[in-house]
Write a protein that binds this ligand. Structure first.
Ligand code: SF4
Length: 668
């Protein structure tokens, strides 16, 4: 089925209804679906609930939205009455536990997906809580769960907050189906089946879904991974199960995949194919209001919109294969992209928004500079399995790198009337960029598309850590940084690289952290923020963290588990800060590198002649003046299901400043 809508039409600028009164205004006396979401309703294509709601609306269904419902009673789920077809539930753009807790398991004080940024609007383990209430409100109704939280917890999985292996979210929530991945294909298939009067049994097996069943109801042929009891008891079995799960995520090659839970069997049907260019264009041309619902105006709106309001998503999927990223299990590794015409039409619509100031903030996606599949082979044989990466440790011989199309689109966008600048703020893969023999894109990136800082993600420098992360060697980054500096100078620009770094990723020993501190010092990089590795559900790195094994080779991987070791690794990224000096000295002494204390920390106090400043005084490797660096919350934002992230640090800080400067003080 394709979405039926006219891509040249202006958005109608109306919202999906949040109340029976709004539904009645549309002439509805009931709804086909109630769509419950852990986030506030922002009608924008970067927000998954809005996309699914609009896709269903375009297919002719009536959808009532219940964003952040009151969870004290099932009555709040009955606002629209019993839906004709089903209840759909999403935890929100980010897993609710990641949204609520820092890696140190401290409660966050800001929620960019809630009105006014106020925390506490969704429960912990939102999918489980919402599904329980939906089942109490409508015991006979089908409940389909989707979005990042449901998708990444579909198998038995290590849960960092419980520090234990939890069963599939289908078991803990009691939902009937998971629609995993991006969901447009599977939700339309489910809706069509329900509208045709099919029972739930007939919907099982829909591509892109998973369900629980009795042994007798398993499909005739399937692959199997170790069940819940085994993966709880045996870390090697957990690691092997993880590898099997990762290897069954390509729509061309995946088999139905079975994993026994407490009693029933989880069946993951093969993934739905990714939306092709035309289908993506149709989704992005749906009549999004591109604004939060007016119900949130009084609270000052929903902060997450700020980061994406003037940005374009041009692609989906990522073959980068970073092991700490959940994209393999959610969007998948196949890259598809929107057409130039679709992007230009959306950019023109942005220029007509009253608050557009002439700047397109991003033309990106999971990785900004991926637009074409990494090789031809995958088109009929699928993506490689067994943990093979397209880019790391070195680029695959079959990889074909091209920025021709992307560059042509950027040129068109920056030539549009009303557009002053077009920036790229999603991360770029510099190793892929260097594979492109034509340097045209690199030159124009530097000359036109960097807003003072360009985010890049070397993440670490130590070979063992980079291998565990699935990243290229640091020499590749250094080559890129050097050329970036030369091209910036040629373009007459003073601009900076912002290298993201993760501390305590599996594979990182104290000696590796010392090596990173030395590398940062040598390159005169001072990270502004530091992010510890966050073991979020559904990643290969989280499997390494839990098991201490590489799931593909089953070789042991060092894991920094104690708070003490994590704190030392983290302090070594910012040894210049007064708060970190004692810990950094302790770490260097423990690593047997007392000889480095003077140069990295200073004998007493800071490094000679240097203050606790975040200012960077020049990148020796790159020769770039005023280089700034910060480490990011990689795992957190890469949980975002739509690929367009709110940035590693999120928009909280900026939003807070704006609110404070406009006198709107919020309770903290
Ligand atoms: S052949 Fe190479 S480029 Fe193609 S999917 Fe496999 S690793 Fe990636």
């Amino acid at each position: 089925m394709t979405v039926q809508n006219d891509t040249t039409k202006e958005p109608e600028n109306t919202f999906l209804p949040l109340s029976p009164a709004e539904a009645a205004a549309l002439g509805w006396d009931e709804v086909d679906f109630v769509l419950v979401c852990g986030d506030a309703y922002v009608d924008h294509p970067s927000f998954g609930a809005a996309v699914i709601g609009r896709v269903l609306q375009a297919a002719g269904y009536r959808v009532g939205l219940l964003p952040q419902p009151d969870v004290s009673s099932p009555d709040s789920f009955k606002v629209f009455g019993e839906p004709r077809l089903a209840v759909l539930i999403s935890g929100g753009v980010v897993d609710s536990m990641v949204a609520h807790y820092t890696v140190a398991k401290r409660r966050r004080t800001f929620d960019e997906y809630s009105p006014g940024g106020r925390p506490g609007k969704r429960p912990d383990r939102a999918i489980d809580v919402y599904t329980g209430l939906a089942k109490r409100a409508f015991p006979q109704k089908l409940v389909v769960i989707g979005g990042v939280e449901a998708s990444l917890r579909r198998f038995a999985h290590y849960d960092y907050w419980d520090d234990a292996v939890r069963p599939s979210i289908l078991e803990t929530s009691g939902a009937d189906l998971v629609s995993y991945g991006m969901g447009e294909h599977s939700i339309r298939a489910i809706a069509a089946g329900l509208a045709a009067g099919k029972p739930i049994e007939a919907l099982r097996g829909t591509p892109g879904t998973a369900h629980l069943c009795e042994f007798a109801d398993l499909p005739p042929a399937y692959a199997e991974c170790a069940g819940l009891a085994r993966v709880r008891a045996d870390k090697r079995a957990y690691a092997k199960a993880c590898a099997i799960q990762m290897d069954n995520q390509d729509p061309l090659t995946a088999k139905p995949l079975v994993q026994r839970q407490t009693r029933l069997y989880l069946v993951q049907s093969p993934p739905a194919p990714p939306l092709d260019g035309a289908a993506l264009d149709a989704v992005f041309a749906l009549p999004f209001a591109r604004q939060w619902h007016p119900a949130y105006d009084a609270a000052g709106g929903v902060p997450a919109l700020e980061e994406v309001k003037f940005s374009l998503i041009h692609n989906r999927g990522c073959f980068g294969g970073c092991n700490f990223c959940a994209i393999t299990l959610h969007q998948g590794r196949r890259v598809t992209a929107r057409s130039a015409a679709s992007l230009v039409a959306e950019a023109e619509a942005l220029t007509r928004l009253p608050d557009f100031k002439g700047y397109i903030h991003d033309v990106g996606g999971p990785t900004a500079n991926f637009r074409v599949p990494s090789c031809k082979k995958q088109l009929n044989k699928g993506m490689c399995a067994g943990g093979k990466h397209c880019l790391a440790p070195s680029p695959c011989a079959n990889l074909k790198a091209s920025h021709v199309e992307y560059l042509a689109i950027l040129r068109r966008l920056r030539g549009l009337s009303g557009v002053k600048r077009v920036f790229i703020r999603s991360g770029i893969r510099y190793d892929y960029l260097l594979c492109d023999e034509r340097e045209e894109f690199f030159r124009e990136l530097v000359a036109h598309h960097v807003s003072g800082q360009l985010k890049v993600a070397p993440e670490h420098c130590a070979p063992a850590v980079l291998k565990a992360m699935g990243k290229p060697s640091i020499a590749t980054y250094e080559r890129f940084a050097a050329r970036f500096a030369q091209l910036s100078q040629q373009a007459g620009k003073e601009q900076y690289l912002v290298p993201y770094l993760i501390s305590s990723h599996p594979g990182s020993t104290l000696a590796d952290a010392v090596a990173l501190a030395v590398w940062l010092r040598k390159n005169r990089i001072r990270p502004q923020q530091v992010q510890d590795f966050y073991p979020t559900p559904g990643t290969v790195s989280t499997c390494m963290y839990y098991t201490g094994l590489d799931p593909f080779s089953l070789q042991p991987v060092h894991v920094a588990r104690t708070a003490d070791e994590k704190a030392m690794q983290r302090a070594l990224l910012q040894p210049h800060l007064a708060a970190n000096r004692a810990l950094a000295r302790k770490a260097l002494a423990k690593a047997g590198r007392g000889d480095l204390i003077e140069s990295l920390v200073g004998a007493s106090g800071g490094r000679k002649g240097e203050a606790d400043s975040t200012e960077q005084r020049g990148n020796k490797a790159g020769g770039v003046k005023g280089h700034k660096a910060k480490a990011g919350t990689a795992a957190t934002v890469r949980q975002n299901g739509n690929g367009k992230t709110a940035g590693r640090g999120g928009s909280g800080g900026k939003w807070r400043e704006k609110q404070q400067s406009s006198g709107k003080k919020r309770k903290r």
